[in-house]
Design a protein around this ligand. Structure first.
Ligand code: AGP
Length: 621
């Protein structure tokens, strides 16, 4: 959570930092701040609330200088307030720190500092770092001489050795003008290499408008940025380390709103293109082959796996639930799907004969990373499905498949979900081909369907006016029930998650067969029931469930197949989907649910792209 930006270059640092923070605001948005060095003069501006407030403050009270660090916060320790906003200073005011992550032993460190007479300004865990670095610098400083960059680095390195927990750090000091020191442990941090300018950032979108060359720090790496360039070191040994430069594949324009009112709406509409990008070069229908070049699993390994376990959180977990149906049906292999935060603390029966697949848009979700590490320790082969090249999950997993949907900025995941689903279709097909578990004509048909999927998703987007009308009818409702069955059950869960996270309406997703086992007691006219009921093998079953709802005065909103007269006889509130093969339906049916949630949230005046209490990537436990 939280966003970090650092800048060393020829331009006005506060402008560059603010621009970078705007592009990272999705990571946290309860307060923000910047610190800029003007020669040896170090100054800070911080404000509570959205970045706009910091912008206003900087206009009133500008900061001059070409070196600085900035932060947008998602509170962990201490409520959102000006004192708790980053950057945090040491007692002398000559050292400032921005930090993502959690310092687990901060209470003990704070007690030690207080015993030495240090006064604290904030309730944060971060402030201890500023004081400790300040003390370490004081021990190295020679009278009337600036601190050498190597000594600054050593002072930070000494401090790191005292910290327990996780961090991405950016630190500057008035004692060493022109230098930023960065460090990483279990929180993402990268360095951007521009034209005579260098950046520190927690996420690539912060630097995309200035450079697409990035070096991703490994855990235990430190970075020293100055106008001379960037040097990397090991925090453990202090010796230089080499990391390769990655070309970021994202177009900077993809991180702009492009005329849409919200990123979420833009990203919903980008789905046909995102699916095309995800499929590009991966299907060869003529030869009936699936190309997954970075899978790094031999044919023998794929054939031999005893079981596939999928670990993920939130929306990515819903993609995993869908994958289980595909893997069982097409690959004919056992598949478990686990919530990563639970899996990491269990003692799962997993070993070298298993494949553990982690699904994560960001590739930085702490629980998913921990789950994959847990599986690796037990000898399992691991595979990451993620959207961010160079992310922790991407680097730590044996194999990887990128979803290629471009940067997703809206906190509520939409196009990332569709592209995850597409990768999972590809993975299941790949496995089915290698294991010979699906007749080749069936594989060919599915391939053709996949190539047609962007068109069906485009057709689904045409229901937006109907979702607006339904949003107007239902946005005052306080509870919603989402029903789906079989392949559409994960879609019902995803619809409920979308609605609750951006509109703050209570919503629950259920397999419709469970209705009679409890939830039917909730049905009345104040509990709209949204049912995903397109044609397929369980269509009749779900229709029966909906009749039971209608018979009890419940109001049904159905996602159904164009021309379905049985549905239109049941309810006037239908979102019509194109006629499509059942196996493709989930990737299409999610679209009207995303649109409906979006328009309900807009009508309720909610902040769609930055919903309360949420952050885009959950990098702490
Ligand atoms: C999605 O709308 C949510 N914001 C959230 O559930 C998200 O999917 C989850 O935190 C997992 O993120 P990841 O895909 O980056 O791992």
């Amino acid at each position: 959570m939280c966003g970090i930006v650092g800048y060393v270059g020829g331009e006005d640092a506060s402008d560059v930092l603010l621009d970078g923070l705007k592009r990272l605001e999705y990571r946290g948005y309860d307060s923000a701040g910047v610190a800029v060095l003007n020669g040896p003069v170090l100054d800070i501006r911080r404000s509570v609330g959205k970045l706009h407030n910091l912008d206003v403050l900087l206009k009133k009270s500008p900061l001059a200088g070409h070196v600085g660090i900035g932060h947008t916060r998602w509170a962990t320790h201490g409520r959102p307030s000006e004192e708790n906003a980053h950057p945090h200073r040491d007692a002398s005011g000559r050292v400032v720190v921005v930090h993502n992550g959690i310092i687990e032993n901060y209470s003990a460190l704070k007690a030690g500092l207080q015993a030495r007479g240090v006064k604290f300004e904030s309730q944060t865990d971060t402030e201890v770092i500023a004081h400790l670095v300040g003390e370490a610098i004081a021990r190295r400083k020679k009278k009337d001489a600036p601190l050498a960059p190597e000594d600054f680095l050593e002072a930070v390195r000494e401090t790191l050795s005292e910290l327990k927990g996780t961090y991405a750090l950016g630190i500057i000091t008035a004692d060493c003008p022109g230098v930023i020191v960065g460090a990483r442990r279990e929180c993402p941090l990268l360095v951007g290499i521009g034209e005579k300018e260098y950046f520190l950032a927690s996420d690539a979108p912060a630097i995309l408008s200035r450079t697409r060359h990035a070096v991703f720090l490994n855990d235990g790496d430190m970075a020293l940025l100055s106008s001379d360039g960037v040097k990397l070191f090991s925090a453990e040994t202090g010796l230089p380390v080499e990391r390769k430069t990655t070309h970021l594949p994202w177009d900077p324009l993809q991180a702009e709103k492009a005329g849409y009112r919200h990123f979420m709406l833009k990203e919903i509409h980008e789905q046909p293109r995102a699916i095309e990008d995800c499929l590009r070069g991966r299907l060869n229908v003529d030869e009936i082959r699936v190309h997954l070049d970075t899978l790094r699993l031999s044919e023998e390994q794929i054939k031999a796996f005893r079981k596939i376990t999928i670990v993920a959180c939130g929306t990515s977990y819903h993609a995993g639930l869908l994958a289980r149906y595909l893997i069982e049906k097409w690959v004919k292999a056992p598949c478990d799907v686990e919530i990563a935060s639970e899996y990491r603390y269990r003692d799962p029966l997993v070993g070298p004969e298993d494949l553990v697949v982690a699904i994560s848009q960001s590739g930085e979700t702490a629980d998913t990373i921990a789950a994959i590490r847990h599986a690796k320790e037990k000898g399992a082969r691991t595979l990451a499905i993620c959207n961010v090249i160079g992310s922790t999950l991407y680097r730590e997993s044996h194999g990887k498949i990128l979803t290629h949907c471009g940067p997703e900025i809206g906190v509520a995941s939409t196009k990332a979900f569709s592209s995850q689903v597409v990768v999972l279709y590809l993975l299941a097909l790949y496995g089915a081909l290698l294991r010979g578990s699906l007749p080749r004509p069936d594989v060919e048909k599915i391939m053709q369907n996949l190539l047609h999927l962007p068109h069906w998703v485009g057709e689904a987007l045409k229901c937006e006016p109907a979702t607006i009308a339904l949003a107007k009818k239902y946005f005052h409702s306080r509870n919603f029930l989402f029903l789906g069955r079989n392949l559409n059950y994960p879609i019902a869960l995803e619809g409920a998650l979308k609605l609750k996270e951006i509109s703050y309406i209570h919503a629950e997703g259920y397999p419709s067969g469970e209705l009679k086992h409890g939830p039917i007691a909730l049905i009345d006219e104040d509990m709209p029931v949204i049912a995903v009921a397109t044609q397929g093998r369980v269509y009749d079953k779900i229709l029966t469930n909906l009749e039971e709802v209608a018979a009890r005065g419940g109001r049904v909103i159905a996602v159904a197949t164009q021309g379905d007269t049985r549905i239109s006889a049941l309810t006037p509130d239908v979102l019509w989907m194109p006629d499509m093969p059942e196996s493709m339906a989930p990737a299409v049916n999610v679209v009207p649910l995303q649109l409906l949630s979006y328009h309900i949230a807009v009508l309720r005046g909610c902040d769609v792209d930055q919903p309360r209490n949420l952050a885009k990537s959950v990098t702490v436990e």
